[in-house]
Design a protein around this ligand. Sequence first.
Ligand code: SAM
Length: 277
Amino acid sequence: MAGKLYLVATPIGNLEDITLRALRILKEVDIIAAEDTRHTLGLLNYFEISKPLISYYKQNESTRSVELVEKLKEGKNIALVSDAGTPGISDPGEQIVKTAIQEGIEIVPIPGACAFVNAIISSGMSTREFCFLGFLSAVKKERKEKLEEIKYETKTLIFYEAPHKLKNTLENMLEILGDRNIVLAREITKIHEEFIHGKISDILGNLEEIKGEFVIVVEGNYQSKKEIEIKNLNQMSLDKQYEFYENQGLLKKEIIKQIAKDRNVNKNEIYQYFLEK
Ligand code: SAM
């Protein structure tokens, strides 16, 4: 019988944040696949668990996935862990899960800590709908393109960021997303845990004092794309607005109706304007 692949969440700081089930699974499996075996050894030693460890990290993900799935097919149970939190979330994991599913291996998630979930629930921002974007690219052009792509998004945005890139990222956000309210969820579950609220510009002004690991939670764009479009259109002359809708293929009657709606005025007023011209 084939083994199972357990995806085991580990703490993101405080070692008490490991579940009883995670500890049991780590004790029971045949092999633990770890992002950094030395790091995981520290965790296992703390909980007095001794297990064979195999490295599974970004650069060996595709070959290691095949090797590990072979072991699963031979009947070995494997637990996958990352350095912190939930494997597969901005951490290696996706590849082995895909390969294992293709080979009919059972996947068993063992839930636990995850930095972005704890950041958004503590942020005070809307948790009803949100977009998790993980790490932005280290390449400035790609980072800015991604921010352009999501600048009209009305849902709360969540990003991971490395401490040394925080300043650049916040500067790019200020430039592209505007001076929105954000929350820096810092050192979650650790001694210096802190939730820093403010406008991007305020936080940039005090950045020297802020150290540690962060999740950036950004308020969604409440002024939705459509509203911004209408606002821009209303700042145009009536003739230019007419031309805009004409280029979209609307008929004269429809254009007049639409302009009146955008400007929240009676359509006869708009009709009169074009009649007099
Ligand atoms: N798999 C992890 C999870 O489930 O959250 C995320 C791993 S990702 C490589 C590391 C990033 O997660 C950090 O750069 C930071 O943005 C965020 N992070 C991890 N631990 C954190 C903590 N204790 N406090 C704040 N952010 C944290």
